[in-house]
Design a protein around this ligand. Sequence first.
Ligand SMILES: [Cu+2]
Length: 252
Amino acid sequence: MSTTLPDPTAPSVTVDSPVHTRRNPWLPPLVALTGVVALGDVVFMALIPSLIPPLAAGVVLTLVGVTLVRRRPRAAIVVLGLTSAVLLLAGLAFLSSHLAHPGSPIDFLHAVLAIVGRALAVIAAVGAWRGAGASSARRLAAATLGLAGLAVAVSGVSTLLTDGQSVRDGDITVTITGSQFPDVVVVEQGQTLHLDNQDLFRHTFTVPDSSLDVDLPAATAARVTVDLPAGSYGVICDIAGHEHMTAVLEVR
Ligand SMILES: [Cu+2]
């Protein structure tokens, strides 16, 4: 039985560290995750429609990171990883309220993308930085697909189960569509509003510092009796990014 020993005179072969090349198995999931999250942010802002500065900055930084992947993979990992981490931490507070409302498919799916997608992107960035193995990158990809499927299922079922209240005689109908309230809503004291949210995202019908604060999941309607003293009130939608939604409520 013979043993082959390495030939010390053979020329040594320099193998690039995988971190420095496009062969790093974590780069494709990192680019895919950050790309899908950024696309989700663009679609979300277009639908509201409202420019949310931190999300817009994240989209720009993601584009920068993706263009760096080919020539400066390490810089790309840092840009994409840090962008995901900062926006994940900054967004957790208000996105979690959207996660609690799976009946609003767009808000819910965007929150899932923004939280889960960014968390997975941070994991992918760490994996890419450390040059971890391909099998764990594949597991991450499979987990991502599984979570996305679960989110779509939860949102779909919740939307089907969300019940609206139907309009009754004497109600004042307020239609909310395209993230717009009517400019002015006139109501008699003690009369009931029928608030019909026709959008695929959640809104509220809120008179600040009063008891009038109605949560309106996507494509649902709610009835609320107005017990405010006669007068003119400002109405807002109390959801981050919906600051442009205002109306005047005249109580007579
Ligand atoms: Cu709104």
